[in-house]
Design a protein around this ligand. Structure first.
Ligand code: GRG
Length: 294
């Protein structure tokens, strides 16, 4: 029942959010081909979990949608770039994403690379344009956090380790997965604290909250890859096995992996308890992260 409420809430958010995403991820000075490729990828669906986390965590600190939306769009643009590049032939080589053709299949490889490059670059421009004048300190903090989560210590580093593992141990696998998936989810929660000028304690709390749900998100992703439905998921399944990639499930088994994900979510929910009723939506979102089928 709570999942149903959350999905209604998330659905309403997506409707409002997508208007800004379409508006801010491109402009009329871009070449038509780029405008079209960005429009295509933006309208291909996506759960919008990261921007939802930004706006909901910002709300904990009294920040409204109007002030948090640019940061939320910035994170989603960066996330979209990472999906486009991950699908490329030189990386995961996928032809299906969100139930539609991947960008390089719809257009070509060069267009897909450049569309990703544009979204990555413009995500930082968006932060500068929306927060730079009004609050330079906040803008620096948002940019710093996003750059660290997206660069060699985060997404890009995680992707390198995924393609070229240094070791095949449990520790290195979990580290790689957190860099690839967890860092940006944790950054989304940190954004809420930064936007709300939260105390250091609350900032650390949000990072930890994001860390826990990020880990649970990845485990659920691995479980869905194993047993999910291609039509529902909108992407190919059983890829980890085919590509010889190790996941938590290989080390712990399906049942134990589900228990571990559940434990992370329990710990995440405990971190929200100090915010009272204001955090109800985030509690529901945390539960949804492990119950989702897409
Ligand atoms: C290319 C720098 C670079 C990084 C790629 C995104 C990524 C790193 C890899 C994608 C592979 C993958 C399936 C990772 C698992 C977690 C993940 C990021 C899933 C996709 O996120 P969702 O489920 O996607 O939020 P939607 O489509 O809902 O936006």
């Amino acid at each position: 029942m709570k999942d149903k409420n959350l999905l209604l809430h998330l659905g309403d958010f997506c409707k409002k959010f997508d208007v800004y995403l379409q508006l801010w991820s491109k402009n009329s000075n871009f070449p038509d081909r780029l405008i079209n490729s960005i429009s295509y990828i933006n309208s291909s669906g996506g759960k919008r979990i990261r921007p939802f986390i930004v706006c909901q965590t910002a709300n904990l600190f009294g920040v409204n949608f109007k002030k948090s939306i640019a940061a939320a769009v910035s994170i989603e643009m960066l996330h979209t770039y990472s999906l486009i590049h991950d699908d490329l032939p030189s990386m995961d080589d996928d032809d299906l994403r969100r139930g539609k053709k991947t960008l390089h299949k719809k257009y070509d490889e060069a267009t897909a690379i450049l569309t990703g490059d544009s979204l990555l670059t413009e995500s930082f421009l968006l932060l500068a344009m929306n927060y730079g004048d009004k609050n330079p300190n906040m803008c620096v903090n948002l940019s710093l956090h996003l750059a660290k989560s997206a660069g060699g210590e985060g997404l890009v580093g995680g992707q390198i380790l995924d393609l070229y593992p240094e070791k095949k141990t449990f520790k290195s696998m979990t580290k790689m997965q957190f860099m690839k998936t967890g860092e940006l989810i944790s950054c989304s929660a940190a954004f809420g604290a930064i936007l709300g000028n939260a105390s250091k304690k609350d900032y650390d709390n949000m990072i930890l909250f994001g860390d826990k749900i990020g880990r649970a998100f990845q485990i659920t992703d691995d479980l869905l890859d194993l047993s999910g439905n291609v039509k529902v998921l909108g992407k190919k399944t059983k890829k980890d096995k085919k590509q010889g990639k190790l996941t938590l499930v290989d080390f712990k088994g399906v049942d134990k992996s589900k228990i571990i994900a559940q434990q992370y979510i329990q710990e995440a929910i405990e971190l929200l308890s100090k915010y009272g009723k204001k955090s109800n939506v985030l509690v529901d979102l945390s539960n949804y992260i492990i119950n989702r089928s897409i």
